[in-house]
Design a protein around this ligand. Structure first.
Ligand code: TZP
Ligand code: MG
Length: 224
């Protein structure tokens, strides 16, 4: 079920881990309990060509070892060449309907949206889930929009209850609760794990927190 894999959605590129080895960070994050991984190899210091392919392949193999879906950001050709589990695209990328056509019905398709209209169109085009953000201020995305809190998440969750939502942007263990309360199936994050000196423990704490909040949302009377 897509909702379950969105619970703790780790996103990373080789440039997000400072002095730490990105493959080591990824493996620790997987051990700590991330439920999905997206390779987002972007920006000036990112790998290109064969180096990108080879790094992506290593990330995918690690994900397979831990039975965690491996999603590629933007690069449909790379996702197809690797036979990745899915692809995530933004509003500025190829049209979602075209990407769905290229990857076929089985692969996971995620689309970043910023309002109810974009969410409607993404679902219509065959998206399995939508990413909504930035919820809070982020320094991990150069062209990030103004933080929008959880309002859009709430609106989309009410209008399209069957469309899984993941919140993104500046999320940490200390501020993720409103995303789940607003109707998010989970949280997507880069720096909380990628910049941590203890990514395994950080992922574990995040995962525990999310499970706790989901449980409370499901059985509110038991936690009154
Ligand atoms: N899209 C919206 S915010 C963001 C992306 C890719 C970056 C999230 O990174 P962080 O470090 O979790 O704020
Ligand atoms: Mg993109």
């Amino acid at each position: 079920m897509i909702k379950n894999i969105l619970r703790l959605y780790f996103i990373m590129g080789s440039m997000n881990t400072q002095e730490n080895d990105p493959l080591d960070v990824l493996e620790k994050a997987l051990q700590g309990g991330v439920t999905c991984f997206q390779l987002r190899e972007k920006g000036v210091a990112s790998l290109q060509g064969q180096e990108k392919y080879s790094f992506a392949e290593k990330c995918m193999k690690l994900c397979q070892t831990y039975h965690v879906p491996f999603i590629v950001n933007d690069d449909v050709e790379l996702a197809l060449a690797l036979n990745a589990d899915g692809i995530h695209i933004g509003q500025e990328d190829e049209a979602a309907a075209l990407v769905r056509k290229k990857i076929g019905p089985e692969k996971i398709l995620g689309v970043s949206v910023h309002n109810v209209e974009e969410a409607f169109l993404a679902q219509k085009a065959g998206a399995d889930y939508v990413g909504i953000g930035p919820v809070y201020t982020t320094s991990s995305k150069e062209d990030a929009r103004i933080p929008a809190g959880t309002k859009v998440i709430e609106q989309v969750a009410i209008q399209y209850p069957n469309l899984p939502i993941v919140g993104i942007g500046g999320l940490t263990e200390g501020n993720l609760v409103p995303v789940i309360r607003a109707g998010g199936a989970g949280v997507a994050l880069i720096s909380a794990i990628a910049s941590s000196q203890d990514p395994r423990n950080q992922a574990k704490q995040l995962r525990d927190k999310i499970e706790q909040v989901l449980e409370k949302e499901r059985f509110p009377s038991e936690h009154a």
